[in-house]
Design a protein around this ligand. Structure first.
Ligand SMILES: C[S@@+](CC[C@H](N)C(=O)[O-])C[C@H]1O[C@@H](n2cnc3c(N)ncnc32)[C@H](O)[C@@H]1O
Length: 382
């Protein structure tokens, strides 16, 4: 599928909606490329020297300097503009979805599907997801508004086109999925999984890249929202990729023991609580066949690799973008988590982002090249 064109399930945007969405992309680019570096300069050229002069010592940690930054009108404006840009994005995309929601629900009715979707009206959304609207997305991942509803899936899919600003594979948003497969090929060049599970699939951005790289495999994908999963199913069918979606918690699924050759996830660990994280790994261990592989993709940084501004920027994600487990993911000892549950052949390192996964193209093991150029991979074998 052409990443430069909307796929058949993508909500349509009219002339004015596209103009509005592009203006928001411009605003986000401006904030990221002009205002963000300006804040780093404010910290290093003014706030830090003034703190050291006044206190007669260096700051003990980044929080001390963040508190100083919080007194600066320029930082206050940066925080406000960044949050407002995010809210404007969801508002613009949400309005565009709402005017066509009936059409989207009709488009989501698929005759003779190759894959499936299984929702669970009694599903209990984990508290760490339900507690706040992650990424400030109204309705979050799990909001569902009736039996045929697909709104949150449509919102997330169209929103991701604006949010990712083309850095994750245009309209397909599948670079992370190709990067997972790239990593799998880097580690197991001849691997041919027969049964694959993607945990925390949302609308299947990464799932489809994984499934299409292993067309012989039966691919399953789970997430927490019925509306999200119905949309994911329709999207996969309209992109001719059979996937079996189900509404399940990655900590405790209903799949049989030792039933998957490959279990992967993309960008879910930083949205999972510290308590839930070992449960997810234990569940992977339970579900993997002996010799099966686990591959998780995460944000490409460790806290100790970040400078002070990088850490303050991380605090923004926690405080204002409602990513409460950001720091936990950047400090988690993934190797130990894998060792504790008896996984072998463990690797934790950076993988180059891949537009298209290819066997024999490794790109694993160097330093992080930054967000969207590298991803942190945690992989192991049962
Ligand atoms: C940032 S999104 C990543 C989406 C997708 N994997 C991708 O690469 O585009 C994180 C997803 O993980 C899901 N998630 C988080 N914790 C989960 C859990 N315990 N069980 C199932 N899904 C979970 C969220 O609902 C959300 O859809």
């Amino acid at each position: 599928m052409d990443a430069h064109r909307p796929h058949p399930m993508m909500p349509e945007s009219n002339h004015d909606e596209i103009a509005e969405q592009l203006a928001i992309v411009d605003m986000k680019v401006f904030l990221g490329t002009k205002i963000d570096p300006g804040q780093r300069m404010l910290l290093e050229k003014k706030v830090r020297p003034e703190f050291e002069k006044r206190e007669g010592r260096e700051a003990r940690n980044h929080q001390e300097l963040r508190k100083e930054m919080e007194q600066e009108p320029s930082y206050q404006a940066y925080v406000t503009m960044t949050s407002v840009a995010q809210d404007m994005m969801w508002d613009a995309v949400g309005t565009c979805i709402d005017r066509q929601i009936d059409d989207l629900m009709d488009r989501a009715e698929i005759e003779n599907p190759k894959g499936s979707v299984r929702t669970n009206p009694d599903f209990e959304v984990p508290r760490y997801i339900a507690a706040q609207d992650i990424h400030r997305m109204p309705g979050n991942y799990h909001g569902t508004y009736g039996e045929r509803d697909v709104r949150q899936g449509a919102l997330f899919d169209r929103g991701a086109v604006v949010y990712q600003m083309g850095r994750n594979g245009g309209y397909m948003n599948d670079i992370r999925g190709h990067t997972i497969v790239s990593h799998y090929f880097a580690r197991w060049p001849d691997g041919q999984p027969k049964r694959v599970l993607d945990m925390g699939c949302s609308v299947g951005h990464s799932t489809l890249a994984v499934a299409n790289n292993f067309p012989e495999a039966e691919t399953h994908a789970i997430d927490v929202g019925a509306g999200m999963l119905r949309y994911a199913h329709a999207r996969a069918e309209r992109l001719d990729t059979p996937v079996h979606f189900s509404q399940q918690n990655a900590e405790c699924t209903d799949f049989e023991d030792e039933s998957f050759d490959l279990i992967c996830s993309s960008a879910i660990l930083h949205e999972t609580s510290g308590k839930a994280l070992p449960n997810v790994f234990k569940e992977c261990h339970r579900l993997l066949k002996p010799g099966g592989a686990m591959v998780h993709l995460e944000v490409p940084a460790r806290l100790d690799e970040l400078d002070t501004w990088g850490r303050i920027r991380g605090d923004y994600e926690i405080q204002y973008n409602y990513e409460p487990f950001w720091k936990g993911a950047l400090t988690a000892d993934y190797k130990k988590l894998c060792q504790d549950i008896g996984l072998n052949d463990i690797e934790v390192g950076y993988q180059d982002a891949a537009f298209k996964a290819e066997r024999g193209n490794t790109g694993f093991g160097g330093p992080s090249k930054g967000v969207h150029r590298s991803w942190l991979m945690i992989s192991a074998v049962k």
